[in-house]
Design a protein around this ligand. Sequence first.
Ligand code: FES
Ligand SMILES: [Fe+2]
Length: 491
Amino acid sequence: MSDKDVAFISGAVRMYRERRGWYRSVCNVFMVGEKSRMEMRVMINVKELVDLENATQAKKIFWDQDIYDQEQERIFGRSWLFLTHDSLIPKNGDFVMSRMGEDKVIVSRQKDGSVEAFINSCSHRGNQVCHADSGNAKAFTCNYHGWVFGQNGDLVDVPLDTLCYHDNLKKAELGLRKVRVESYKGLIFGNMDPDAISLEEYLGDMCWFLDTILVGAGGGMELMGPPLRSVLDCNWKVPAENFVGDGYHVGWTHAAALQILGGPLAGLAGNRADMPYDDLGKQFTTRHGHGFGAINDAVTSIHPENEEYADFMAETRGVVAENLGTPREELYMSHWNCTIFPNCSFLYGTNTFKIWHPIGPGKIEVWTYTLVHKDLDIDVKRSIQRQAIRTFGTAGTLESDDGENMSTCTDSNRGFVTRKGRMNSTMGINREGRHPDFPGIVGASFIGETSYRGFYRFWAEIMDAPDWEAIKVQNDNWDEIWRGSEFWSDK
Ligand code: FES
Ligand SMILES: [Fe+2]
């Protein structure tokens, strides 16, 4: 072969290699398939969606399908998600149905008292193996071909195993897909990611705050179920951000309802100019996006006529002061609007506990429980439950006020020009920082957006991070945007 031939062949090989690379990169962008979809999702510029410095978010975070898909993978596939409470599955064999993102999950109490959770989809052809919302069962039998799964999700029996499968079926490998389960003082959470940090690490400083109510005067809290369920046409983040830090809307959106309810919160109705807003409470945000707003001395505010409840709180606050100290005694007597990132929210004082289950970018299923002190008499619990349903149940007065705003926030941001705009969460910026009495970052007023900013700070972080290792690396820097603040040290 001549030198000319060799040069020609190696040139052709080089050209083939270059074109193969170009062809592959074109395929990666345009090819319709799971791999290319994943690669395109990872290309979402999260930093452009959340501007931490100026406290704005792109309007498309509420409706964009690609953002939603990435949330399913990176938030709902990796965060600790609330499943149920100990009080709802007290006995061996008790189970409830729950959801983790769009995955349906069975949560089941085991013989030894532990809790297992597994995906409600048969390992044979994917049918739902349990259709009941709750109950007591030793096993779950699929109604398509009759495969039987034990109360821990293992495959224990298969019809015609010998006659038709000739004992070749690998039953040990065909249990229902298990979910990691851990609990914190009665609250049971699940996680799909084996590499995620522990639940206690995930809750972090929020444990310090949660102990105020989950331990309280000793008995702590429990949930009354079964949950009320309703469908709302909104993105899951709209109610999550509302509960984490929207004290601002209370006096305006709920003005009429608050006036009818009476009690201490009625003073907020209509955003009166004579209210000392800075002295009414505070806002808190912690690592991993959890946060809440607290209104001082308002724990029984939506129950103005419930004297037994007021007496119980007055009798138990001294124990909390003794065990946990004055700052937490004050929180024990406050009303809280709280979100445990991403989609578990509650109002302590209003006694509602909600999970915002996403079912698409513009739709959620709302599950509403009643949150009560375990040591209350059952009659007092029932009266609190009735009032919680009247206010924040599916057709509750305050729930109805909120629902319309949540749908409209999701829908109105789709317009071709509107979608290019940004949302603002700057209230209270520079009036927040490290506080001598509380962990996390503390905002000056419960009417502020400190915990909004904390929620979206972590939303952006987890959406961007390839894995939990990358999130852990940020542990020492997570509060960077608040570092320069001397707000509380100047007080
Ligand atoms: S799909 Fe469940 S047994 Fe066939
Ligand atoms: Fe509200």
